[in-house]
Design a protein around this ligand. Sequence first.
Ligand code: SAM
Length: 271
Amino acid sequence: DVSEQAEDWASRGIDISKPSIARAYDVVLNGKDNFEADRAFVGEITKVVPEIYDVARYNREILGRGVRFLAEQGIRQFLDLGSGLPTVENTHQVAQRVAADANVVYVDNDPIVLAHGRALLAENDRTTVVTADLRDPAAVMGDPEVTRLIDFTRPTAIMLVGILHHLHDDEDPQRIVETYMDAVPSGSYLFVTHFCASSQAARDAEKQYLALLGTGRFRTPEEITAYFDGHELLEPGVVPLPLWRPEGPVPPEDELSVGQRLMYGGIARKP
Ligand code: SAM
């Protein structure tokens, strides 16, 4: 019954009475690792942005294109911060298809990610899942499970995909990004996707995220671009997700829908 189920999850540190970022994202990816509170939250967002399920797909698609691109550039270490629940085409699957010797560390602070991630990754000794808070870069980069697979003297992809908007302004996401990038050598990359205040619907969605989930800052293209300061932003720059190195035909920028413009992203190289 429902209360027994809730107690069982609570014993593992998982509160199913409130929506979580990881589980709400699982809802919009049509996953099965979510609960009523998560589905109710997504139901409210759908009223403001009916395309929210498509937005999640655009984000997974750029994640795939970006990771493949980075592996093709020779990157063999991926630090995937705020990695989310396992879904299809996870970072290690995409990277290791290009380069079997690519190492991938998934970091997430939601214990449900570890609970489900372990099973998926058990057979792969080049991939691991760590439960940690990415807002503490020193703890993340000092974690023995992270340093087992990532040598911070070698070029590394710092992935902050679909996560920086869950950090409040007073948590200084800019400084957190800089701390990770300071720790990796020249030839490393920064990969960011982010909710963007690109429409009235986006600004309305921000209100709902903050009220119902507690996080969700929709920043301007200029604010998102500033995360890449000091690095070589690669073509086509910070753009609506479907426009980043598309593999098929895409509409011109001024014809994109609200959902197609809801998130922006880009990749930069550390000089
Ligand atoms: N990166 C994946 C993607 O783009 O498909 C998943 C994005 S999901 C929207 C954001 C994830 O970040 C969630 O799984 C959430 O649990 C995690 N997260 C939120 N705050 C975090 C923090 N402070 N430290 C680590 N992970 C965090």
